[in-house]
Ligand binder design. Sequence first.
Ligand code: SAM
Length: 227
Amino acid sequence: MTFSFETVGRISSPYKEKFAIPRQPSLAPSVRSQVVLDKRFSLNSVQGLHEFSHIWLSFIFHQHLDTPMKEMIRPPRLGGNKKVGVFASRSTFRPNPLGLSVVELLDIKQAKGQVIIDVAGADLLDGTPIVDIKPYIAYVDAVKEADSGFASEAPKSVEVSFSEEVAQTLKKAKDGAYISTVIREVLSQDPRPAYQREEGREYGVKLFDYNVQWVVSNSGFLVTSVC
Ligand code: SAM
């Protein structure tokens, strides 16, 4: 069966490319994003939502639309070599490119005729189309006795440090403290693909309007440039 529906808005987030976006929400809890609803929605559509501390975002993996679905995938947390069925994963390569993330609700406001919902901890690429928003209801959504199979813990995090030059740059930057917290939280998730972990290699990612470069040091990651 085929359905067509209209997305309800888009998210703007600091993640300007897919690389280095944490694999699940709340792994970089300080990251702030904004869901901007289409103009057809007024504040009525979110009346009462502020009573909930967290909300579900369902969205489209829009950067993958031309990638065919794979029935079996290699989850990064299994080291990239063990395969599981796509329905046993949160892979982005799905029969329908639908993502689902629970995020912290920070604020709801209106600007230029559009409802803006500030959230924290989203794992969505900048510009991701939003399909639906629902309140997170802890007594049903948080299943205390649930067993999460091969994804039962958060991935191990890596120590992140900043070169003296980068520390100075961020000290002088507007929102520098927030930006360095986000860089630290995001890189600590070790975004490197499982097959690419050689020491000394340099990596780069676009976060906010910065190009963040880092190298693998013996104690973790050293951020060498933010420009
Ligand atoms: N929490 C969601 C879920 O469970 O459906 C997403 C999990 S998926 C493993 C998270 C990854 O989706 C991120 O690391 C990022 O690489 C990718 N991603 C985020 N937004 C995307 C988009 N708009 N298009 C394609 N991939 C996206």
